[in-house]
Design a binder for this molecule. Sequence first.
Ligand code: KIV
Ligand code: NA
Length: 265
Amino acid sequence: SKPVTLTELARMRAAGEKIAMLTAYDASFATLCERNGVDVLLVGDSLGNVVQGQKTTLPVTVEQMVYHTECVARGSQRAWIIADLPFASYQESREQALRNAARLMAAGAQMVKIEGGAWLADTVRFLVERGVPVCAHIGLTPQSVHQLGGYRVQGRSEEGAAQLKADALALEAAGAAMIVMEMVPATVAAGITASLRSMATIGIGAGKDCDGQVLVLHDLLGVFPGRKARFVKNFMQGAASIDEAVAAYAAAVKDGSFPAPEHCY
Ligand code: KIV
Ligand code: NA
């Protein structure tokens, strides 16, 4: 089938067709995911946790992201490929962000993801004007785990929720085409999604009313040994193969049955 483009993602959002996104770090899983209904592959810096065994995503380098993006791109024919800009590779200046985004794009990424709110609007505009599609990431932003005091739900207070909404609106105005919302109360994420005109919202622990969902592949397969977050579902339970588990995830995102209330805040 046809490659997924930004235009196709915009059509899906407008038509209310849920976007199924999953992380991938290598060619074999990239191929497996897209043949089982995954629309978007995220080369996440979560590879620091699930591939490298690090406690946080902070040690992940641009070089490592380039390597895994190349691996995923070789295994992919159809999916839209997003790569994370890792910690301290974009926060210094918009020029630094473009320089490192260019390396990920040359490696096969079609969009880059950066963590942060309205303060990144200038950077988003700078990248988008220069041909780099941007996915934003707000709520629990793992690169700021030490600043946030742990992996905790964000936007629970009225002020916190208002800040997240203001951030999302500023990032959309700056040209971000997509935004990941992580560990945000479902009602807050639903309100933000409803207030946006064009930017697609992708939830992870952000309720079912986002335009799409994302999970970390190793969490979906139940192979990550760490403590499981509330938003995680092991799709290998009841599946006869990895293909079946990924297909079940994509189908559950599409029909709105994932996330269920027990996965939400
Ligand atoms: O790195 C990652 O896997 C991510 C997702 C959890 C959104 O950023
Ligand atoms: Na990430």
